[in-house]
Design a binder for this molecule. Structure first.
Ligand SMILES: C[S@@+](CC[C@H](N)C(=O)[O-])C[C@H]1O[C@@H](n2cnc3c(N)ncnc32)[C@H](O)[C@@H]1O
Length: 283
């Protein structure tokens, strides 16, 4: 008899603890959402970055990176060490799609270049503050690196804004890290609602090839990009259009999202193949 009562007591304590745990989870998720909303309101950004979802996506990436900190560690380390090896000097470096600068060794860039321009469609609040206190060495440029965000049709001529192009053509080195596959996403999503897939694919290919051509024409440039994706033990599928790229100088796998993180039913952990390219005459 005693035992039955002891078990009943244990069960109800367990249930209470479970209720407390799920209550705490709901409160912490609500707090996080309020924080993300506050950051969305407070970050200075263009109307286009807000309406295209790019600001929201950038804030979400920070939280995702925190949740996946241990599985991203080796990928971030590989990005930083490849960049550090390839960038050995010059006056002006421009980092394209700089975002939160997680995959960039900013200290190395500061030691190696006298002027650093960070280019992104929107700059996170902490990076805006960092630039403000950099004594002018870190400059921010807000611009569209796809050259297509404003275009209503995929068949229109796609090109970078002339001022942005001149700025990038004047730099000694360009860095593009984990940007290439992201560049066309928002506009392809918008075009996809009105145009057939072949037209949209042609627009995406043009955006990606223009970006590669820009890097190839720089005195020195580094491109690091994910090129394929795989869930669990399924087949790898390519992430880039049919673009012209040389053989990579290095490649590695990125454990980007455990199944619990991506939440897609029936699919295992998500991995990406990452390839790194060095163009031009290494500093
Ligand atoms: C996956 S993140 C790159 C990682 C980044 N280096 C970091 O550590 O956060 C992609 C970045 O590219 C930017 N981006 C996406 N599309 C862009 C566009 N059309 N023009 C300029 N920046 C863009 C995003 O705002 C984001 O900061």
């Amino acid at each position: 008899m005693d035992n039955i009562y002891a078990n009943a007591g244990g069960n109800s304590r367990y249930k209470k603890l479970r209720r407390l745990y799920s209550g705490l989870r709901i409160v912490s998720m609500a707090l996080l959402m309020i924080l993300e909303l506050l950051e969305w309101c407070l970050t200075p950004a263009t109307v286009s970055a807000r309406t295209n979802g790019l600001l929201a996506e950038q804030i979400a990436i920070r939280h995702r990176a925190n949740r996946c900190r241990s599985s991203w560690q080796s990928h971030l380390h590989s990005c930083k060490s490849f960049l550090t090896r390839q960038l050995s000097g010059g006056n002006h470096v421009a980092v394209l799609g700089s975002g939160h600068l997680r995959d960039i060794d900013l200290r190395h860039l500061k030691r190696t270049f006298s002027r650093i321009t960070l280019v992104d469609v929107v700059h996170p609040l902490e990076v805006q503050i960092l630039a403000l206190f950099s004594g002018g060495r870190i400059q921010l440029c807000s611009g569209d690196l796809s050259g297509a965000l404003h275009l209503s049709e995929p068949s229109s001529h796609i090109a970078l804004d002339q001022k942005l192009r001149s700025l990038l053509e004047g730099a000694d080195a360009l860095v593009s890290c984990c940007l290439l596959t992201q560049l066309a996403l928002p506009i392809a999503h918008r075009w996809g609602k009105r145009f057939d897939a072949a037209l949209v694919d042609a627009g995406v290919q043009s955006i990606q090839q223009n970006h590669i051509d820009l890097l190839e024409s720089a005195p020195t440039a580094v491109l690091i990009t994910d090129t394929a994706q795989c869930y669990g033990s399924e087949e790898w599928s390519p992430l880039l259009s049919e673009v012209r790229l040389p053989v990579p100088d290095q490649s590695w796998l990125w454990d980007i999202a455990p199944a619990a993180e991506h939440g897609l039913k029936g699919l295992g952990d998500e991995q990406r193949r990452v390839e790194a390219f060095a163009f031009g005459g290494r500093g």
